[in-house]
Design a protein around this ligand. Structure first.
Ligand code: ADP
Ligand code: ZN
Length: 210
């Protein structure tokens, strides 16, 4: 099963992808996490991406497409995968088709803007493994320390309030058109993001199975 999770920054794509991938036994692939990893390691892709990511702008299609292509060619993707944060432009969606990747379903997680802003301000991520947390909705067991790998949990530079607004704008302009794109292909399922993570998971799994 090849799935795409679509939604504004902070809608909960990553959180749901982590939960659903465990249930389905397929990897969740987050281009955001891969890019942050590339930045941390100072790879050429990371160097090219850093400034744009910090500002909340999209990284150029060719860089992201290259990273994604290498990742889905790996062995663990044979039985399927969840794409979290890719495609983010119509050009990226077309590139996926050109690679011959067949997508079974596109799950859009929809959350109103007011809630998004509150969520992003409380979001924290693990520097080590990329796991995501929230000060209020999904706190770590020990303050500031990742439950799964023990590394430090920090706020992303692009989760600062000034950057959040420009990320929402970028989403509306560049990524939201993908809803119509996949709806026309009869692939889109919309899930309304709930306040409780577990409630959204139930709806998400139902949308995948239904
Ligand atoms: P969020 O969904 O919360 O915005 P991500 O972790 O998915 O966060 O992405 C963080 C940043 O990484 C984006 O703002 C963008 O700069 C870059 N990025 C991630 N995925 C893509 C993509 N598919 N195309 C272009 N840029 C991307
Ligand atoms: Zn971790």
């Amino acid at each position: 099963m090849n799935l795409i999770f679509l939604g504004a920054p902070g809608a909960g794509k990553g959180t749901q992808a982590e939960i659903v991938c465990d249930k389905l036994g397929i990897p969740a692939i987050s281009t955001g996490n891969m890019l942050r990893e590339a930045v941390k390691n100072g790879t050429p892709a990371g160097l090219a991406a850093k400034e744009r990511m910090d500002k909340g702008d999209l990284v150029p299609d060719d860089i992201v497409i290259g990273i994604l292509k290498d990742r889905i060619a790996q062995d663990d993707c044979k039985n399927g995968f969840i794409l979290d944060g890719f495609p983010r432009t119509v050009e990226q969606a077309e590139a996926l088709e050109k690679m011959g990747v067949k997508i079974d379903k596109v799950i859009e997680i929809s959350v109103p803007d007011e809630k998004i802003i509150a969520r992003l301000s409380g979001r924290r991520v693990c520097e080590g493994c990329g796991a995501s947390y929230h000060m209020e909705y999904k706190p770590t067991k020990t303050e500031g320390i990742c439950d799964s790998c023990g590394a430090k949990v920090v706020q992303r530079v692009d989760d600062k309030p000034e950057t959040v607004l420009s990320r929402l704008e970028t989403y509306r302009e560049k990524t939201a058109p993908l809803k119509g794109y996949y709806e026309n292909k009869g692939m889109l399922k919309t899930v309304i993001g709930q306040d409780e993570i577990a409630d959204t998971s139930k709806l998400t799994l139902a949308a995948i199975e239904g």
